[in-house]
Design a protein around this ligand. Sequence first.
Ligand code: ATP
Ligand code: SF4
Ligand code: MG
Length: 336
Amino acid sequence: MALLDVRNLKVHYRTLRGANRAVDGVSFTVEKGRSLGLVGESGCGKSTTVNGIVRVMPKNAFIPEGEVLLNGTDLVSLPESALRSIRWRELSLIPQAAMDSLNPVYLVQDAFLEVLRLKGGMSKAEALDRAQHLFQLVGLDIRRLKNYPHEFSGGMKQRAAIALALALNPKLVIADEPVTALDVIVQRQVLNEIRRLREQLHISLIMITHDISVVAETCDDIAVMYAGKIVERGRTAAVLQNPLHPYTMGLKNAFPDIRRGRRTLISIEGAPPSLLEPPAGCRFAERCPFALDVCSDVEPTLEEAAAGQVAACHRLDEVDELQTRAQEVETWQNVI
Ligand SMILES: Nc1ncnc2c1ncn2[C@@H]1O[C@H](COP(=O)(O)OP(=O)(O)OP(=O)(O)O)[C@@H](O)[C@H]1O
Ligand code: SF4
Ligand SMILES: [Mg+2]
């Protein structure tokens, strides 16, 4: 059984103009000890997906459909009280810009004491001891526990956020853009730290990023999201080597390939569609250089087109030709 099995999860937002179907039926699994990278451009629903998984959502969000099975228990249908005892212990979320949301008038150690004492039932002395251990685990000086959040650099904030997520030994950690705001050198240090901790503590990881090269370095598996859906999923190495979906091909073009020294970055023109009234067919059709008439009318479903690799596209049987064309700058110009 997978540690986490997300089935057809939908997370929508009530707005004055109707429901925004930000996450509209995503499915994926995370096996014990493995890491999954969730990628896609800004607004595609990455944070909404993981906030829905842990059910820490804004008031106007709701889950109309779907299951989130953690070790076989469906978190969607659990009462809030039961979910509270699962968060932090079984799975924990490092929210986007986690440390920036800490109360600036409290010491960093107060955030740790709160979790360790209130959620972990520890005494103050035990909690302080554990907080120091966690700081050492992520390579932070324990004296820094007595700092205020604003006294931390970006990299230190991320390390502290990781330490806090590990407070009660969860089996699954979900990190929402843990390295986005960091410069390249610190980014690398934090990613190395995440890799080391994962191996040392045998934890599973979901890492959200818009940067496909971060997934390439850190995650066993990858799920590519576009406009509230997963359009491709598989082993990271296989997907990046042999992308089946045109959006994945485009995303790959938009980031530097460190190993091959690629210099020309190609961007995908346009923007994702509104999810107040999503298009009937393929949500990528408007920006896809390979769109056919059928693409706007019929929604493609995820199909396995290579071993362990699924994608939702009507042209999966022409993938070799599309990959060749996708590498040319002209292909992506004047599409819309
Ligand atoms: N509270 C909210 N009410 C209404 N719509 C929302 C709310 N929060 C997010 N959205 C919308 O839901 C969609 C998905 O947002 P989400 O934050 O999940 O994207 P994301 O992929 O995490 O983007 P980013 O990379 O910028 O963090 C966006 O269109 C966003 O505008
Ligand atoms: S279904 Fe059509 S529009 Fe969508 S990605 Fe495939 S070719 Fe492009
Ligand atoms: Mg986000």
